[in-house]
Design a protein around this ligand. Sequence first.
Ligand code: AGP
Length: 605
Amino acid sequence: MCGIMGYIGSGNAVPLILDGLARLEYRGYDSAGIAILQGNEIQVRKKEGRLSGLIEAIGQPPAADLGIGHTRWATHGIPSDRNAHPHQSCDERIALVHNGILENYMALKKELCEEGHRFKSETDTEVIVHLIEKYYQDDLEAAVREALTHMQGSYAIAVISRDEPQKLIAAKKDSPLIIGLGEGENYVASDIPAILHKTDQVYILQDEELAVLTADRVAITDFSSAPVEREIFKVTWDPVSAEKGGYEHFMLKEIHEQPRVLTETLRGMIGEDGSVDMSGSGAEHLLREVKKIYIVACGTAYHAGLIGRYAIEKLARIPVEADIASEFRYRDVLWQPQTLMIVISQSGETADTLAALREAHRHGVPVLAVTNVVGSSVAREADAVIYTHAGPEIAVASTKAYISQILVMYLLALQLARPRPEAGDGIRRLSAELLKLPAQVEAVLKQEAQVKALAQKYQDVQSTFFLGRGLDFAVAMEGALKLKEISYVHAEAYAAGELKHGPLALIDHGVPVLALITQSHLVDKSISNIKEVKARGAVVIAICPGNLAGACAECDEQILLPDIDDFLSPLAAVVPLQLFAYYMAVFRQADVDKPKNLAKSVTVE
Ligand code: AGP
């Protein structure tokens, strides 16, 4: 995730900013840059790669009392010196750093280019600085305010101008930004760890607020210029927990980031008619006249692919095979004309997934990548990419990347269904339902205490089963993987109807069975399976929406989901399973974020 650090005051801005950026390194980034005011010039240095490369390029830090710095996690444009922030106006009078995604950047860029602005990067961010330049008439604050009225999307920005050397302007909407208060100096940062070693007194900016920082003062107003009285927040976290946003582990932080990740991934994907429209994604040309789809991935990403298979076949009526990449690459596939391969990979570097992609290319089959990392191998080699916008995932166990992957699967299914006139109403209805997801996942997260209590109760079990039918089976597979991966408890996922063909022999007194029951049309069948395991002494924990609670009454425990469309239920149902795995690992004193024997990115076969 991008990091912002800005400084104004009597100290030396350069080492202070670089130090702040270094404290944000844990968030992940691919390039870094800094802009400082020296005399009446803004000096900018930017470097792809690690912060150490930028530090080396700067050499002996020059003296400056105003500056902004940034670590970039690419979203628009590959990681490169050119795309790194800060970006500058044409006349180099203004410099800006930005976190977030500017949704309407293409329309704004076109307009600005027609007006004569010259762009140097492929980023959405550069549009903002040109927009500020357009409105700049010797008043940076007024120009920023005007620019904000034209911006759609999420942003946290910090801006300086060589003509107003005593001022740093910050503003935010849907992306975090804080202000650190010092003695004769003030800071702006995207996150508390950047400034915690300097001050524990902060203002946390709220959405649609703008702050003007000088060395001695911070004035906060809302976007309509009304003054805001903000209480100082005294940070009591130690630096290590500050990195995790106050959570004990990155995994828990990432689980809680999921509502925001869904919002980010949905950005720009719903057209003006209220239905899914991926025409801005650059992938649309691959989605026309497709007759067969292979979805190929590993681990959690493969589980997202299984949901993609259900969703695409149901909505678009195109045959889909979902395959494990390490199997797919050695299988003698019967390639047919008008086939598309979709690869899913959080890291974009998984060796088997990359090999499957190359196999498709060898047969002239185009590949659409769904990945979280801009500039990754998969993103570079695919014919088109849809990014998941989950931000860097640090815990080895994938959570927020998975939820964004399954959201992209639904978006793709809805896009592929567009040519079917009979799908029209369904597309509009489901598109509207997608917009409710962030709030619904937020509601599921409120069940955390209950899930934690269940994990505490069952922490000593040796073995668990996860059952489901249809979409629920795909979620069960993910729940079981999460549990075994981080808590080292044996966990088996089974299609509920398959149990009596063998694994039922393993069900014994006290074995927890986590039963996913979200599909109304399959509820009776699922209840029969529950009776089978209960009759053999299993303890059944049902994960079901409130409207099926009555049907699931004979389960020993229930985790209730909000009433969500059956078809979209995986997006809510997986959350309690992630929390269950997390707390089981915590109670069993496992290393949650770095489970034994596993790596975040598997770049070898
Ligand atoms: C999930 O929690 C895992 N850590 C793992 O299964 C992962 O999803 C898999 O290795 C695929 O990684 P990728 O998405 O980066 O390709």
